[in-house]
Design a protein around this ligand. Structure first.
Ligand code: AMP
Ligand code: MG
Length: 393
């Protein structure tokens, strides 16, 4: 990850900033709210005028939201006031209208009113000079609202990485073409482009290259000229037709990593050319998606300037045994259910790396050590892939 650096920044309209990573601190130039105001419809009073006995106060004004009080409040006085309207000078509390008897001229207040009652003090939300949002965080709806409140019409965010997606394989028939007798549909181009978008990047579709060195090199060059990152799938194993590594090397890439002891996955290549990251992912659709999750997504998040680049993890109880036979670390697809004791995890079914339905059903990836079975009731670490919502299956 030390080879990956944040991209440059740009200034965008705040609505276009939704989902982007903030690149500048948001400092308030103003105090919000600018003056103490009422949180109820009622009567502005001086708390010291009230006491154990009922008091009658003269109603000497009317303050609606959007207007300033005509004058200060003096002893023995009150003013009709509405939610959001500024408190008159001298007043320090509001009595809700449902708690008083009033005839227009006078208002009767029963009991002692505490200073500050139903008053929103000046600056209760933001004070001038406060840093209200720090760089590195993702801008959500609340941040957009706060930016508008503070008068920002534009804001500086990190550029989205452009990510070129290349599928390789003679057997692939792309969407819209009729598969030949020995062909299969191209899945990875689409799942990977979607993962790029979900990770905050912009995909560039390089299409499908056949298993021919020159053809792959040509697409790799195209990708590296058109994008910040290149992601290929398939052709990265040890077969005769696994030409991606050679094509990358011949395109001037420096290769730093090949093969990680994980399941699904294993053959995965990481390289760079002129600082641009290149990922050669395995071809099986689940392997491609899982290795994207573990290697490509954090890299994209880092390029986007995000402070937190990893998915959240939860500890979950296995609701049934979760076996991971073999010598590789397992990333097993599980559903997560929340109950009174926390989260429960259950395998999504067959875990074959070509069974894309295991990903469709998955809420997360259970991380299991080699040659280990998590027994029912034992706890396992799960990487959470999506917001947990009630799902019908
Ligand atoms: P490979 O690493 O090239 O041997 O590919 C591994 C497996 O993934 C093979 O069964 C391929 O047919 C399959 N595969 C490769 N690329 C794709 C793709 N884009 N969509 C669906 N399956 C693929
Ligand atoms: Mg292949």
């Amino acid at each position: 990850m030390k080879r990956i650096a944040p991209l440059s920044v740009e200034r965008v309209e705040i609505m276009a900033a939704l989902g982007r990573v903030l690149a500048e601190p948001i400092v308030s130039r103003t105090t919000i709210p600018p003056w103490a105001n009422s949180s109820m419809d009622g009567y502005a009073v001086r708390a010291e005028d009230t006491g154990r006995e009922s008091v009658e106060l003269a109603v000497v004004g009317r303050i609606i939201a959007g207007a300033m009080p005509s004058r200060a409040l003096r002893a023995g006085e009150s003013m009709r006031i509405f939610t959001g309207a500024p408190l008159p000078e001298g007043a320090d509390a509001v009595v809700p209208q449902e708690d008083v008897a009033a005839d227009g001229q006078r208002v009767t207040v029963r009991g002692r009113i505490a200073p500050g009652a139903y008053v929103r003090p000046a600056g209760e939300d933001v004070r001038a000079g406060d840093v209200v949002v720090t760089p590195g965080g993702t801008i959500g709806a609340a941040e957009v609202g706060l930016l508008a409140t503070l008068g920002y019409s534009q804001v500086q965010v990190y550029r989205r990485p452009r990510v070129a997606i290349l599928s390789t394989g003679n057997e692939l028939a792309d969407l819209g073409t009729q598969p030949g007798p020995a062909q299969i549909p191209n899945t990875n181009t689409y799942s990977l482009m979607a993962q790029v978008i979900e990770a905050g990047g912009e995909p560039v579709n390089l299409g499908v290259a056949p298993d021919q060195l020159e053809a792959i090199i040509e697409r790799v060059r195209w990708g590296l000229s058109a994008a910040d990152v290149l992601v290929s799938s398939a052709g990265v194993s040890v077969g005769e037709l696994d030409l991606v590594r050679e094509a990358l090397a011949r395109s001037g890439a420096e290769l730093h990593l090949w093969q990680v002891s994980m399941r699904p996955g294993k053959p995965i290549t990481f390289g760079t050319r002129e600082g641009r990251p290149i990922f050669g992912l395995p071809g099986n659709p689940v392997s491609a998606m899982v290795t994207f999750e573990l290697f490509v997504r954090p890299a994209l998040r880092k390029m986007e300037g995000a402070e937190v680049i990893d998915r959240p993890r939860v500890r979950a109880r296995a609701l049934e045994p979760i076996p991971n036979p073999g010598s590789r670390r397992g990333y097993l697809r599980v559903t997560l259910t929340a109950d009174a004791q926390g989260y429960g995890a259950r395998l999504t079914g067959d875990q074959g790396s070509a069974i894309l339905r295991s990903m469709v059903l998955a809420d997360g990836l259970a991380v299991v050590a080699p040659d280990t079975t998590i027994a029912a009731g034992e706890v396992v670490d799960v990487i959470v892939l999506r917001a947990l919502e009630p799902r019908s299956r």
